[in-house]
Structure formats: C-alpha cells, structure tokens
Ligand binder design. Sequence first.
Ligand code: GLU
Length: 323
Amino acid sequence: MKNWKKFATMSLAAGMSMMLLAGCSGSTTETTAAPETAAAAETEAAEETEAAEETEAAAESAEESEAEAEAEGFAEDVQAIVDRGVLHVGVKNAVIGFGYQDTLTGEYSGMEIDLAQKIADYLGVDVEYTAVTAATRGELLDSGDIDCVLATFTITDARKETWDFTTPYYTDYVTVLVEQSSGITSLEGLKDAKVGVSSGSTSAKSLTEAMIEAGFISDENYDAETFDPATWTEGISFQQYDDYPTISTALSAGEVDAFCVDKSILAVYNTDSRTYIDEQFAPQEYGIATTKGSGFSEVCEELITGWLSDGTIDGLIEEYSLN
Ligand code: GLU
C-alpha cells in the first residue's frame, strides 16, 4: 500500500508537472487504475486527495523557492528582462559570420547572433534582433530600445566611459578596400585620398594613426582626444556615411577613393573589381556593450568569460570560419 501510494503520488506529480509544462489544467485520474469496490474507491479517493495535496504543496513551495531564487539571483534590471520574456539585442545585418540577415527568409545568422541566443537561453527568454549601425547602436542602448549591443562593437577607452563592455570575444583588424583600377595597393598609396567611413566608427582615427605611424603623414596637428574625421584634411580626408552599402556605392561611383573599416565588415563588399590594400592595422576587440553599471553587464561578463574558457567562443569562431 505504501508503495502504491508512493506510485500514485509519483504519477500525480508527473501528471501535474506535465500539466504545468503544457500550461493547461485538467484531471489526472485517468492515469490511476479503476477502484474495485466502493470502500476501496473511498479509500483511494481519500489517498488521492492526500497525495494531490502533498504534491500541490510541494509544487507550490518549489515554485515559491524558484521565484525567491530568481528574485535573489537577478538584479532588478535583469529580472525586468526575464519578466518581459524577451531579450532585445542590437546586431549587424550585413556582416557575414557575425550578424547577417538573409534577405529572403529574414533569418539572422552569425557568431553574434548565436551569442545573443545563448544569453536569452540562459535567462529563459526569447530573443529579438534589431539591426543597428555604428551610428545608431549607442543611442538605441541609451534609449532602452535594446538591452545590449552585439554588433562588431570595438571596445575603446572613450566608449568605456559611456557603456560597459564585456571581455572581448573576438579581435579583428582595420583595413582598406579599393577599386583595382585605382592602382592603390598600400597605405602609402592612400596619401591625399578621400576615404569613405561610417559615422560613429573607429575607422578614420585608426587609419590616420596608421598613416602617421608609417610616416606617410605628419602628426603635427594630430590629437587623439579631439580628432574629428569631418575636419581632418592633412594627408588624407574622410567622407562619413550612415551605413556601409552607401559607402560601397560611393566607392563604385568614384565619390571616394577607398572604403575603410574592419576587415570582417568589408568582406561582403569585396567584389571582383576590388582589392584590399596590403596592410591591416589597429586591432579591434569586440565586446558586448550594456548600460553602464547595470546588473545585466555583470550577467554578460560572466557568460562571456565562461564561454571563453570552456571553448564555446572558439567553437563559434571555427563554425563561422572567422579564424
Ligand atoms: N568595429 C568598428 C567600431 O566599432 C567599426 C564600426 C562598426 O562596427 O560598424 O567602430
């Protein structure tokens, strides 16, 4: 009898957890055997009630402690994401291997997409992607439209003053794409060129510093703190654009002589008529950006460092052929 009761409790528990999982209510009596006599039925009914009460109490206390653990375990801002049920992530939509959206299916793929999905899985929520650019990602984070940026976002000291960044999950380099017909093959060939860059990117500063270091332009008026691509004209000049497809069109049209940004971003614009210059420079360490001082910053940092040490990140780099 004891064993039977245990079994009944277990099957009730199983039935209840199935109900919980299925998110519906209903009778679980069909899972127990039919009673043979009225007395047996009464005893059975009493035991069933007792068992059901026990199971219910156990389920309730489990739910309570789960809620308590969550309340204790997550900072308020992280709990708000959990309660919302959706993690909002800013990603690139045209960087193959990082954040790329298939124009036909609308599906996103890439290492940064997988990382975003994994963070959402950890929180037990869905993920929603917002396509961002170098110029919009910070604003969207500040306005709360997105919870984090996973979009080839280079960690810099200046940016760290505004946002939190995780330990880097990838390092890229800056280079320059030109039309082969231009005859430009190296940094030296970019002397006096007009270069297309994205607003809000590190590209113009990286290229100017590389040209100065190589001795092709003077550093006399260069100040890293105040450098502005819009006004720099010494030995190289820049035209800023809102997005990369527009720079690519400008390069084809001869509006600019070159297109400068991280190599990962340039890849999709490297058509048959174009080529990279010989050099690549200015290591770009990509991190997840979050609101400064938020609880979510800590969650992202813990997850990224965990995935760096357990080989998950290396696996993604391998999977998307980013090495
Ligand atoms: N990674 C560089 C940056 O953060 C290039 C711009 C971009 O990511 O679009 O500035």
